[in-house]
Design a binder for this molecule. Structure first.
Ligand SMILES: Nc1nc2c(ncn2[C@@H]2O[C@H](COP(=O)(O)OP(=O)(O)O)[C@@H](O)[C@H]2O)c(=O)[nH]1
Ligand SMILES: [Mg+2]
Length: 226
């Protein structure tokens, strides 16, 4: 078997597993959201804020992918279903790892599953997980050129968050340049500048998430005939 064939077999298996993951989420009426960002952009902070605002009216579950075990975890209230997955040398969480995590999360007690992917902006290997939405979190200290430099991953985005807007005044970040970059790569994708630290404009992300869950649920119900 050639190397190319082996690669494509892995991709086929991953795609199969991704579809299976999606089916498991949909049967339980769960919206799965893949949060992608560079390390330190604010994935964990955004999840914490989202839990604070939405729980318990919408029940959040969390999968946190980290390259290695350890750190001052868990970072969430004990009643929030939370599973940590160690990815080792893999650049991203993959469908098989997510599949294992889904077995450890009580999906019947979850409305929105937030998946904190490994901090990495390089799109590498089969990245399809079987989640319904991809969200990229950029942050002001990283600079305003990220959409131009990491266009592959921005192409996958259903929404883009610009975190740490509390630092805008003290940096040379040009928010219009950033927005133009996102628009160039993925026309029409919503951009939500906010601050997890101060809570400023957080509601735009929360509204989008709740609405996306509502539409996803309507689609799931229509397809499953429930
Ligand atoms: N100034 C500022 N710092 C933030 C904000 N959100 C997160 N941080 C800080 O950025 C660091 C990394 O945040 P974290 O959520 O752990 O990022 P992650 O690696 O993407 O999960 C922490 O020290 C946070 O306190 C924000 O809106 N403003
Ligand atoms: Mg984190």
């Amino acid at each position: 078997m050639s190397v190319n064939q082996r690669i494509s077999n892995v991709e086929i298996r991953q795609e199969h597993t991704a579809r299976d993951n999606l089916a498991r989420l949909e049967v339980e009426g769960v919206l799965g959201v893949n949060l992608m960002a560079a390390p330190g952009a604010g994935k964990t902070s955004l999840i914490q804020r989202t839990v604070e605002v939405l729980s318990p009216s919408l029940r959040i579950g969390i999968v946190e992918a980290t390259p290695s075990v350890g750190g001052p975890e868990p970072l969430y209230e004990s009643e929030v279903p939370w599973v940590q997955v160690t990815t080792g040398a893999a650049p991203h969480l993959d469908a098989a790892m997510l599949s294992q995590a889904l077995r450890r999360i009580p999906l019947t007690a979850v409305d929105i599953l937030l998946v904190e992917n490994v901090g990495n902006l390089i799109r590498e290997g089969p990245c399809e997980l079987g989640l319904q939405a991809n969200v990229i979190i950029a942050s002001v200290p990283e600079g305003d050129d990220k959409p131009y430099r990491y266009s592959e991953i921005y192409r996958d985005a259903d929404a883009v968050i610009l975190n740490k807007t509390d630092l805008l005044g003290s940096s040379a970040f040009d928010i219009e340049f950033f927005r133009r970059g996102v628009e160039l790569i993925k026309p029409g994708v919503p951009v939500f500048p906010l601050s997890c630290r101060t809570g400023a404009d957080l509601y735009r992300w929360i509204d989008w998430l709740a609405l996306t869950r509502k539409y996803a649920l309507a689609t799931m119900t229509a397809t499953s005939g429930r």
